[in-house]
Design a protein around this ligand. Structure first.
Ligand code: PHE
Length: 315
């Protein structure tokens, strides 16, 4: 019996041995019942055997319980030697990097950064920008209209109006933000971003505009000099209006931005006297600038959220 107890492999096996020994019909139970018929020596021997067996059961039980505990713990053990997962730190989104680049340059020229709401009212997005209802120039922008007559901002020029309203003249600011138009292909997405500058003061001229733009482009693209081409254009809120092209590395002209001298009507709409103050505005695609800087050809990648793309070197 002692051997059997010591060799019991499981608590269940030990339990059934115990029942067979000390249970109601157990062998030891029967012998103990019979004890009164034994000689004193044999009684003492039986008592000793009884105590020994109970001790043995207890010992084996605690051994088996310990073993079960240890094997449970071994399964749960934290293996600190496992290779750590590769570190996936990511980078700032290229648009974020371009913005910090652009704002650093424009702020060093004295422009102050402004933002505004993406849901705009007609006044700020169109009318105050000298684009009244039925003005044909509204067709230039495939506007998303909301049911209450508001629009998804089609141009950051709306921020010009808000900044002039709030601040008055003189003012030197740049507005940044998301803009929305109904278009979709490799170089157009329904949501894109613009950045534009505005400088209103006394005696501001077109040559101030061109010199700020030139200096900005030189610093942004890290070029010693940039060759610009100025073409006449049309925007309702500037007069005269121009488009500025830049000679790119492969000797091709690239259209970079729209600009012009702020239309007197726009100043009047913001309670600024156009006989006292004048200035310029310029606006460009924030995403487009990022595409040029990083040599990308598909605008949609900016909004796919693909980490592999974001991790590409150079961003
Ligand atoms: N708002 C114009 C556009 O979206 C760009 C622009 C800004 C032009 C400021 C002139 C001055 O096309």
């Amino acid at each position: 019996m002692q051997e059997q107890i010591k060799n019991a492999k499981t608590l269940e096996e030990l339990q059934s041995l115990y029942t067979a020994t000390f249970g109601k019909n157990g062998t030891m139970t029967a012998r103990l019942k019979d004890m009164k018929n034994l000689a004193p020596d044999a009684r003492a021997e039986l008592n000793r055997e009884n105590t020994e067996l109970r001790e043995l059961f207890k010992l084996r039980q605690s051994d088996l319980e310990n073993a079960a505990l240890m094997s449970g713990l071994a399964k749960q053990r934290l293996d600190a030697s496992l290779n750590p997962l590769p570190e996936n730190r990511g980078t700032l989104h290229p648009l974020t990097q371009v913005l910090s680049n652009v704002s650093e340059i424009l702020e060093s020229f004295g422009y102050e950064m402004w933002t505004g709401p993406e849901i705009e009212d007609d006044w700020h997005n169109f009318t105050a920008l000298n684009t009244p209802e039925y003005h044909p120039a509204r067709d230039m922008q495939d506007t998303f209209f909301l049911e209450n007559g508001n629009v998804m901002r089609t141009q950051t020029s709306a921020i010009q109006i808000r900044s002039m309203d709030a601040h008055g003249a003189p003012i030197k600011m740049f507005g940044i933000g998301a803009t929305y138009r109904k278009e979709m292909d490799a170089t157009h997405t329904p949501m894109f971003h613009q950045i534009e500058g505005l400088y209103i003061d006394k005696n501001i001229t077109m040559s101030d505009l061109i010199s700020d733009v030139r200096e900005f482009l030189k610093r942004f693209f890290e070029m010693d000099d940039v060759k610009l081409r100025i073409r006449p254009s049309y925007f309702p809120f500037t007069e005269p209006s121009i488009e500025i092209d830049m000679m790119w590395r492969d000797n091709k002209w690239l259209e970079i931005m729209g600009a012009g001298m702020v239309h007197p009507n726009v100043l009047r709409n913001c309670n600024i006297n156009p006989d006292e103050y004048q200035g310029f505005a310029f606006g460009f695609g924030w995403d487009r600038l990022a595409m040029l800087k990083y040599g990308l050809n598909d605008l949609r990648q900016f909004y796919d959220g693909d980490v592999r793309w974001l991790q590409k070197t150079g961003f």
